[in-house]
Design a protein around this ligand. Structure first.
Ligand code: 4AZ
Length: 598
């Protein structure tokens, strides 16, 4: 029975063959309880005019935007230096909306009304754009564009129906010859931000919409309840289309229906966003293996065929007139201008995918974030350099009042062969998690602040590269391959004091091994099926790193505890670092460890 379900899900992801899956199969109930929306930075990236604070995308202040100058004009008649600054202003004061690119000229205006419906919440979509008043064409009109129209009219749940037809009443005698085709990304708050293209029409194929109101909700036993209160048919969840309007129907998926692309983080996105140069999945899985997809559509055509298609494109363009600008391109450009910290990328070494207890000797530069903590003459524990003057380790490795007794050694591969790449740092301060429990090993996490060098204001550590700190517990999941490293003990107590590493898997459902001693939100288990590779005494405090789709290393775990070493029935237990992102950033500063969403 269980296996059958599992197979169906696999089919679902791989062959997009899941029409007959019910809610239990596709949706993750536990995840749904968290009420994630498009504002949840655990699941999605924030806009460039937002930053991630306490797991939620929050408005930036305009001065926190990039400083580029590319003037835009708002509906309040004010000019802004760039689109980000306007959008951050809108985020704080929603009455301000985008109007046009360039300076405000006085005659520019935008409005959107719903015409000829039975209530204020439905009708044909008419827009006023500068001196033009026109209906929106049915061509390309989808839930994405319909949601934007409804947001503009103040319906927070977006649209419930974008296919309903509305007719002109008999007393209206107008001959419609053109309409505006709208193309939106779905993140806009006004159709003025979408690409609007003037098209010829006979007046029959015009877009209509029914916006979300409580009365318009079609509820039945099987409806999916969106976080914003809207109900949608179950079949519209996990299909890569934002039917809820707040994306809550796409964020807690175990697989995707036909047409959706499955991000490992449990999010379904539209395949339109694959290989478009922008990361949509938080782990970047939509932007890998792109060689044979997207971008290169021209490749199969001969040169003359390309010329032909270009000519015909040109001909069509003469018939149509693009009346707006592509603000989605501006948004992408702004995103690329945001600061990104340098972490988790090694200098041209690679890990040989072969096979602590078990494991291999590490080469120079292979684990450049690995540090060794010494107390007196003893190698005491491992640690992970995370940038600035900061090292992450286990609480059970350090004591608060003896900072002066510790040394942090960097670049150490062999305790018996110290070379000139080995750095020795002194410790300024030790911060132990305030809820660390030495009996249960809950919150077994601590930070070590290194002493700055006398002459320099920073802690420059030669040959040491920080590992990234994971901001979301959805970046990796059971089954993912990760690496543990340390100078600890192995089974025969050979190779003591040499840096070794091993590839291990994240293990789900670890309560089955440790029952009540395992706390799922705060701890992570990892190991191999046969237990042959494991952390052991002396490795404590050291890193378990996992690589995202772009091969960027995240410190996913801190070696914490385990029953024995190298026994398959007792996997190693790690402090789950993602759970402590806010705690870490509170102490070291958000900008030091926020890879994105700053
Ligand atoms: C230790 O004693 C220890 N096999 C660390 C990790 C594990 C067991 C013991 C996991 O520091």
């Amino acid at each position: 029975m269980k296996l059958g379900h599992y197979l169906l899900l696999l089919l679902c992801v791989d062959l997009s063959f899941c029409k007959n899956l019910s809610q239990e199969d596709l949706l993750d109930e536990k995840c749904l309880q968290e009420k994630y929306t498009s504002q949840s930075c655990d699941k999605v990236f924030c806009h460039p005019w937002e930053k991630c604070i306490d797991k939620s995308c929050t408005c930036k202040l305009p001065y926190q935007c990039p400083k580029t100058i590319s003037l835009v004009c708002s509906t309040t008649g004010r000019n802004y230096n760039n689109y980000c600054q306007l959008k951050s202003h809108e985020c704080l004061y929603p009455k301000t909306k985008f109007l046009t690119n360039g300076t405000c000229s006085g005659q520019g205006q935008f409005d959107l009304s719903l015409k000829y419906g039975n209530s204020e919440s439905e009708g044909l979509v008419e827009v006023k754009l500068g001196n033009t008043t026109a209906f929106i064409c049915q061509k390309n009109w989808s839930i994405t564009e319909a949601n934007v129209a409804c947001y503009y009219r103040g319906f927070k749940g977006g649209a419930v129906n974008y296919e309903k037809r509305f007719n002109f009443p008999h007393y209206v005698d107008v001959k419609i010859t053109s309409c505006l085709e709208a193309n939106c990304r779905g993140l806009e708050t006004t159709l003025a931000e979408c690409v609007l293209t003037k098209r010829k029409t006979n007046g029959k194929n015009l877009a209509g919409v029914v916006c979300h109101t409580e009365e318009a909700d079609l509820i039945n036993d099987d409806s999916f309840h969106c976080v914003n209160g809207k109900y949608i048919p179950q079949e519209k969840t996990c299909d890569g289309i934002n039917d809820c309007g707040d994306q809550s129907d796409e964020l807690c998926c175990k697989g995707c229906r036909k047409g959706g692309f499955f991000c490992k983080s449990g999010v379904c996105i539209s395949p339109k966003y694959l290989c478009n140069g922008e990361m949509d999945c938080i782990g970047g899985d939509d932007e890998v293996n792109c060689e044979d997809l997207g971008h290169s559509e021209d490749q199969d055509l001969t040169a003359s065929e390309i010329q032909d298609t270009r000519n015909s494109e040109h001909e069509i363009q003469e018939e149509e007139e693009i009346l707006s600008v592509n603000m989605d391109e501006d948004r992408k450009l702004l995103k690329s201008l945001l600061p990104q910290i340098n972490c988790g990328v090694r200098n041209n070494t690679h890990i040989r995918r072969k096979r602590v207890v078990g494991g291999k000797r590490a080469n120079k530069g292979q684990f450049p974030w690995q540090v060794t903590i010494k107390e007196g003459e003893r190698i005491h524990c491992g640690g992970t350099y995370i940038g600035g003057c900061w090292v992450l380790t286990a609480a059970h490795c350090v004591r608060k009042n003896v900072a002066h007794r510790y040394q942090v050694w960097t670049g150490l591969l062999d305790w018996l062969k110290i070379n000139n790449e080995t750095g020795i740092e002194r410790v300024n301060r030790v911060i132990i998690h305030e809820d660390y429990n030495a009996v249960t090993y809950q919150n077994d996490i601590a930070l070590i602040e290194l002493k700055k060098h006398q002459t320099k204001p920073t802690c420059e550590l030669p040959t040491t590269i920080p590992a990234c700190v994971p901001w979301s517990s959805y970046l990796f999941r059971p089954g993912d391959k990760c690496f543990v490293s340390g100078l600890g003990r192995d089974e025969g107590k050979k190779n003591l004091y040499k840096l070794k590493w091993g590839e291990i898997q994240l293990i789900g459902n670890c309560s089955k091994y440790y029952s009540t001693r395992f706390f799922e939100k705060e701890m992570e288990c990892a190991g191999t099926d046969d237990g042959s590779i494991d952390a052991c005494k002396g490795d404590s405090g050291g890193p378990l790193v996992c690589m995202d789709s772009n091969n960027v290393a995240y410190v996913w775990g801190v070696v914490s505890w385990g029953e024995n070493c190298g026994k398959p029935e007792y996997p190693g237990v790690y402090t789950k670092v993602a759970h402590y992102f806010d705690w870490i950033s509170h102490h070291v500063g958000r900008s030091l460890i926020s890879k994105y969403n700053v």
